[in-house]
Design a protein around this ligand. Sequence first.
Ligand SMILES: [Zn+2]
Length: 375
Amino acid sequence: MLHCIQCGARFGERELIWRCPCGGTLQLSGYNPRPASSQCSPWRYLNGFFPALERDALVTMGEGNTPLIERSIAGHKAWFKLDYLMPSGSYKDRGMSVLATWLRTVGLTKVVEDSSGNAGASLAAYCAAGGIACDVYVPSYTSAGKCVQIAAYGGNLVRIPGSREKTTQAAMEAGRQSFYASHNWSPWFLHGVKTWFLEVHEHLPDVKNIVVPVGQGSIALGAWLAMEDLRHMGVDVSVRILGVQPEACAPLARAFEEKKHLPATIEKRETAAEGIASSEPVRGAEVLETVRSSKGTFVTVNEEELWEALNELGKAGLFLEPTSAAAVAGWKKLLKAGELLEEEETVVFLSGSGLKASDKIAAHFEPKLHTSNFA
Ligand SMILES: [Zn+2]
């Protein structure tokens, strides 16, 4: 069953709805979390979670089961969850497997989505695998690698000039003709994403802190859902969620600092961390509450810190997009500020492959290699 976070209204699992008529976000209730099966994908944790999803509607490409490695970066040790090692090169595949399965279950054959790039590429991949047509709206500044990917999967790419928010408006408008399959609104997507933390907890039951990049906040929200599932199964888990936002776009970090319950109204500036440049996160209030409940905090990083971290990751053998490097930059700052202790088990979440943003990375490090006419 689905319920509205804001007004509590209830809806069936097959209703074609992406948000409550009152404007609130939807969440799932009334399922029974069960221990993992031996199946090899996020679905090993989702067995029996979604009785409404039909078995023959399943869309999966072996996503999940990503490596968790211990590394020393910039002289400090932590665990790194390599969630960029997925079929489409970002963690979004966990959520899209579940979202695409729901789309097939309810019989949709065409959907519309908006994305800063990675989610669009992931949706296009899973729609291709599931035989669903999709229009993906992206801001015109989106990295060439992500646009190429969406088109390669057969997604219909629509570039919208202006802000990320303008892209959302255009997609919602277009969604009236088919269905607005927004991953940011979808509770199904979140329950796929939550499996990242279930994997971490299985390998590292003593984990104390997780450091995650936060734009719309699905990685943080997913982790919290996973912790609630574990508690429901009688597992004692208390993990601090530490959210990282770019200084150029930090509505949640600001609200957290000001002890507010809604995202702050901000003037967004340009940032290389395009995947988390969300000035109006639709589940912002939920993210703030989640981070507070976990006794965590937020940290912001500037562009220089982000590029430095990207460089250090590369030198450690990890090629990430700038959005993911922001998480590492944030982790370093939290260590320095004493918010994190190195001897505690800490997991830093690495969300998206550098191969997706090689145009932007090249432009930063080697201006001569910049191929702007490729975009
Ligand atoms: Zn409502």
